[in-house]
Design a protein around this ligand. Structure first.
Ligand code: CA
Ligand code: CA
Ligand code: CA
Length: 425
């Protein structure tokens, strides 16, 4: 076939396919359904491809002009189109990774970040964690386009998707929570136990002296701990009602009313006189677990570095023992008994009674600290004593400090010891 004829045939074929010239650029008429083909397939999986050409022809927005080159230009244009025509809410973890600036929506800002990092190993923009920012990250970003819907674990019922700024007052912590792609506040559907999400992070674990009390040797050396996994932690200590409902009996000593606690409030007192060993029965029935000691202290601090965690009016925490009554039932104010959970101000994650009321078992066997930085420490694999945290109604302010730690045999039962449940998302 002569060259000219071949060229004309090729031009005709291109015309039939929708190609043409507009403004000096080679363009092709396409509809949203075809966008995946325009940029070499990288848009597959966006959920915007109803499939057939017929569907394409009847689309509300029908045909649009797309420049085939340069590809970056296409990406931007496609993103704009997606912003205008694109889908609704996108769920959870994938969305969180694509939400590069952690503001709860995947949009042009994130796309700009991704394009500016194109070809690099920028960790924020490397959505799929492949080590390079490229087409698969763009695909993931476009697939998540729109508002992110935080994920709710299968075992949970949603209470509040995004962290409440009146409770989680730190924008840094709110961003860390949002970045997990998980709902902030949920309740365990079976037990009704309320949980808040604790995001991954790094903190200094150990000695935080208060004005009145120096640290004990067991709180040293201070060492850096990194937690890489988000987890849910009970907003309150497990109550007598929650234990009774699951276990069918109530071991607590403070099971009746008092001058300070009315009969109808008694079930909201924390369960106590529960041994570490007994708690395992409750946990295995509910799919829950105890927090590790490091998780407990990280959750207690909620970004603060003081002896006592922050609260409304004292957001960055305090070392002042005479302010402890704002957040804790302890020796000076409890009248020698437990109180209904949540009666004192919460911390920067929304957790209550981390100081005082009842001491809380954590999962770890007791061991002395080392100065080494650690990641996801679990404590020793065996031992004699389990760790207890957080002080109680019977303790002075020293025992209610962030770093205070003590231990007990796993079968110990005392009326000042209870627990707080954790759950893996
Ligand atoms: Ca964003
Ligand atoms: Ca990548
Ligand atoms: Ca407590």
């Amino acid at each position: 076939m002569p060259c000219r004829l071949a060229a004309r045939a090729a031009a005709q074929r291109r015309e039939n396919e929708g190609w043409g010239r507009v403004g000096g650029r080679t363009v092709r008429k396409v509809c949203l359904s075809e966008l995946q083909q325009v940029v070499g397939g990288v848009l597959c999986g966006t959920g915007l491809c109803p499939g057939s050409q017929a569907a394409c022809q009847t689309e509300r927005y029908d045909r649009v002009h797309i420049d085939r080159r340069p590809f970056i230009f296409n990406f931007v244009l496609v993103a704009v189109l997606l912003a205008v025509f694109g889908g609704g809410e996108r769920a959870s973890a994938q969305c969180a990774a694509a939400d590069i600036n952690n503001n709860g929506v995947v949009d042009g800002t994130d796309l700009t970040w991704l394009l500016s990092a194109w070809g690099s190993n920028n960790a924020d923009a490397d959505i799929d964690g492949s080590g390079v920012v490229g087409g698969s990250d763009l695909t993931a970003l476009l697939a998540s386009w729109g508002p992110c819907v935080p994920g709710v674990p299968a075992w949970a019922t949603l209470l509040e998707a995004a962290p409440n700024p009146n409770v989680v007052t730190s924008s840094t912590l709110r961003a860390a929570i949002t970045a997990t792609g998980l709902a902030w506040r949920v309740k365990d559907t079976a037990t009704q136990i309320e949980f808040v999400l604790i995001p991954p992070g790094t903190f200094n674990m150990g000695c935080s002296a208060s004005q009145q009390y120096g640290c004990y040797s067991t709180e040293n050396p201070v060492h850096q701990v990194t937690l890489t996994n988000a987890f849910y932690l009970g907003r309150y200590e497990v109550t007598q009602a929650q234990w009774q409902a699951r276990m069918g009996w109530n071991p607590s000593q403070f099971y009746s009313a008092s001058t300070q606690v009315s009969q109808d409030q008694v079930p909201q007192r924390p369960v106590e006189r529960v041994s570490w060993n007994w708690i395992q029965g409750f946990l295995s029935q509910t799919g829950m677990r105890l927090p590790t000691e490091a998780e407990w202290e990280y959750a207690y601090r909620a970004g603060t570095t003081t002896a006592f965690h922050g609260y409304t009016g004292q957001l960055s925490g305090t070392n002042a023992d005479n302010l402890l009554g704002n957040i804790a039932w302890f020796y000076s104010n409890a009248n020698s008994q437990t109180r209904p959970v949540g009666g004192k101000l919460g911390n920067g994650f929304g957790l209550h009674d981390m100081s005082g009321n009842v001491r809380e078992w954590v999962n770890d066997w007791w061991s002395d600290y080392s100065a080494d930085a650690q990641t996801n420490p679990q404590g020793p694999s065996s031992g004699t004593y389990r760790v207890l945290r957080g002080g109680s109604w019977g303790y002075y302010s020293d025992g209610c400090r962030a770093s205070y730690r003590i231990s007990g045999f796993p079968d110990y039962l005392y009326n000042y010891i209870g627990f707080r449940a954790a759950r893996t998302p």
